[in-house]
Design a binder for this molecule. Structure first.
Ligand code: HCA
Length: 392
């Protein structure tokens, strides 16, 4: 049966993320890339996309080194892909540095044609099909994918015109939502149309998150029959990015339990933490596989979770490597957490009645929290003023 594969593009679209500028990093160092690559391979990712070497000398050197590093780290078969224009130079240099597959692209949406390709539809179709046909002739076994950039703003007849011309020579047709236009229903419709028209060709999706719909669109695409899903660590990519590798695996594995055999899902959270340590920021709070999703702040939630985690933790994040949860002591906490905190964490001899009294005062004085005190300091101060002592 069709095996779903994540295609990681942290080293390509990921390096186009504005977050690399916000953090004044601009690009990952080779050492950082090696660490990230090792993390991806440990998770079981086998498809990794790089810039084509024509992007610059530093990237060219890194791609060479990373390909050697990847082969040294694992005996598994890897698809090491170069993101390439339909340009013979890009193609030859990508193969020369050791890539064993090409992710080719060209846009024929009215805007892309006018501003990028500066070619008529017929010229663009002729260029793509000629370059891809001759690449296939020269490299019969090479993995070739072709994407029509901005597919969702391309009139369907133009998209078909282009894909009809290249489909005989490629393994996979890509479906990029370059500027985050699509809704899940649009995705379903286009994937179904492409599957019907090109039954022998695999499909790949590359969805940008401008509307916050990228992950929902991935779910729709896979349900409709897409095989390859582009993602990156944290979803880093141009503008607001694409789906994160771990968010994709976390969500897809609900309907596709076989992914738990294909991937080491417990490596998801460590991979997100690795990126956090490289960027020097926290794992984003919008990331599904995060400690944030096992953190509780409201008194009602904290009380319930103290007795039964499942009440407010519906997903088994433990399997994805988030092996603890946390209840944050703060202005919204009630006596249950205060009792738990003073008794279990601070090892104080305290009754439930005392905890309720302290909780009452704690609530009254929450305006001090964050100004002059941390919640823990205020609570210990109150416990002391109630004469509460450590266990003997
Ligand atoms: C871009 C290119 C791309 C490529 C997607 C693909 C896009 O930066 O414009 O190769 O499938 O989103 O169209 O990232």
């Amino acid at each position: 049966s069709r095996r779903i594969e994540v295609v990681d593009t942290t080293f390509r679209d990921g390096q186009q993320s504005p977050l690399l500028f916000d953090t004044e990093k601009y690009r990952f160092t080779l050492e950082e890339k090696k660490l990230l690559l090792a993390g991806l391979l440990e998770l079981g990712v086998t498809h990794v996309e790089f810039f084509s070497p024509v992007v610059g000398m530093a990237e060219e050197r890194d791609v060479r080194e990373l390909i050697a590093h990847a082969k040294a780290l694992t005996g598994r078969e890897l698809r090491l892909l170069a993101h390439c224009r339909c340009h013979p130079d890009d193609i030859e240099r990508s193969l020369e540095v050791g890539c064993n597959g090409l992710n080719l692209y060209l846009g024929v949406s009215p805007l892309a044609q006018r501003h990028n390709a500066q070619k008529s539809l017929e010229e663009a179709v002729a260029l793509a099909s000629e370059v891809i046909r001759s690449t296939r002739a020269r490299h019969p076994g090479l993995y070739l994918r072709f994407s029509a950039e901005d597919a969702f703003r391309t009139p369907k007849e133009d998209l078909f015109r282009l894909y009809d011309a290249v489909a005989p020579y490629v393994d996979t047709l890509g479906l990029p939502d370059t500027v985050g236009m699509a809704e899940p229903e649009d995705v379903t419709a286009l994937v179904c149309a492409l599957r019907e028209r090109y039954p022998g060709v695999d499909l790949e999706c590359h969805f940008h998150n401008d509307r916050g719909l990228a992950l929902a669109n991935v779910l729709a695409a896979v349900r409709a029959g897409v095989r390859y899903v582009d993602a990156s660590i944290w979803g880093l990519a141009e503008r607001s990015g694409i789906p994160s590798v771990t968010g994709v695996l976390f969500n897809l594995s609900k309907r596709h339990p076989e992914l738990a055999e294909q991937y080491q899902l417990s490596q998801c959270y460590p991979l997100n933490v690795l990126m956090a340590s490289i960027l020097g920021t926290l794992v984003p709070y919008t990331e599904p596989v995060s400690l944030t999703n096992r953190t509780h702040t409201a008194g009602v939630h904290q009380k319930a979770v103290l007795n039964e985690k499942k009440v407010y933790e519906a997903h088994n994040l433990h399997d994805f490597g988030v092996d603890k949860n946390q209840l944050l002591l703060g202005p919204l906490s009630g006596w249950n957490l205060i009792y738990y905190y003073l008794k279990e964490v601070e090892a104080l001899e305290i009754s439930k009645e005392q905890a309720k009294e302290i909780a009452h005062e704690f609530k009254r004085r929450t305006h001090e929290i964050g100004r002059s005190k941390k919640p823990e300091e205020l609570l210990l101060e109150l416990a002391q003023s109630h004469g509460i002592r450590k266990h003997a």
